[in-house]
Design a protein around this ligand. Structure first.
Ligand code: URA
Length: 219
């Protein structure tokens, strides 16, 4: 499921591209301007399942003795479920499905607005556990564009002791990956695509437009 590393991916950043026809089909629906808000949300939810499935492949497990109707056996449980952190507003559309796949997970929230002129993130909400030491954290944000919001979010998390962060993104731009790599943070990225580039106003090309507006309408 993992594509070969391309030059657009920094050497010192762990990036998994979920290269699968079903993921590509959902992403194509999200890219298409003819897709309405409801269908966009549905495709993002389904894509989120695939991204989380891949991201969680190496979660630590514990064994618990149980009894089937036929014999004793060992059940597999998650030893240390990740904290899920959707980044408002666009990450909200990934939260439910991530939680459906990892029902044991707790959820925190980060609210960041992007200044459309400077492209810099401005925090307006931080609802996180005091300590994240020893806990994996999955940041849910469909678009890794400049990387500014993601770096800001991860710094909030590392400030609370997180050392194992996964950025779950539908799409990433090479510029955003480069920003993350340069920030030298304990993060890996799981995405369905690394697109070509950012345009002059910070949108991913070819991308899918504004992921918040595509889900919820331009408000
Ligand atoms: N945020 C979006 O929603 N889309 C982009 O292309 C870049 C940032």
């Amino acid at each position: 499921m993992t594509a070969p590393r391309t030059p657009r991916i920094p050497e010192n950043l762990d990036v998994t591209i979920v290269d699968h026809p079903l993921a590509a089909a959902r992403l194509s629906t999200m890219r298409d301007t003819r897709t309405d808000n409801a269908s966009f949300r549905a495709s993002l939810r389904e894509l989120t399942l695939m991204l989380i499935y891949e991201a969680s492949r190496n979660l630590t497990i514990r064994l618990e003795p149980i009894q089937t109707p036929v014999s004793p056996t060992l059940a597999i449980r998650l030893a240390n479920p990740p904290l899920l952190v959707p980044v408002l507003r666009a990450g909200l559309g990934m939260a439910d499905q991530a939680h459906a796949l990892i029902p044991e997970a707790q959820m925190g929230f980060v609210g960041l607005a992007r200044d459309e002129e400077t492209l810099q993130p401005t925090p307006y909400m931080e609802s996180l556990p005091d300590s994240l030491a020893g806990r994996p954290v999955y940041v849910l944000d469909p678009m890794l564009a400049t990387g500014g919001s993601m770096v800001h979010t991860i710094e909030m998390l590392t400030g609370r002791g997180a050392t194992d962060v996964t950025a779950i993104c539908a799409l990433a731009a090479p510029e955003g990956l480069a920003t993350l790599a340069a920030a030298n943070l304990p993060v890996r990225v799981v995405t369905a695509s690394v697109d070509e580039r950012l345009n002059e106003i910070g949108y991913i090309v070819p991308g899918l437009g504004d992921a918040g507006d595509r889900q919820f309408g331009a408000v």
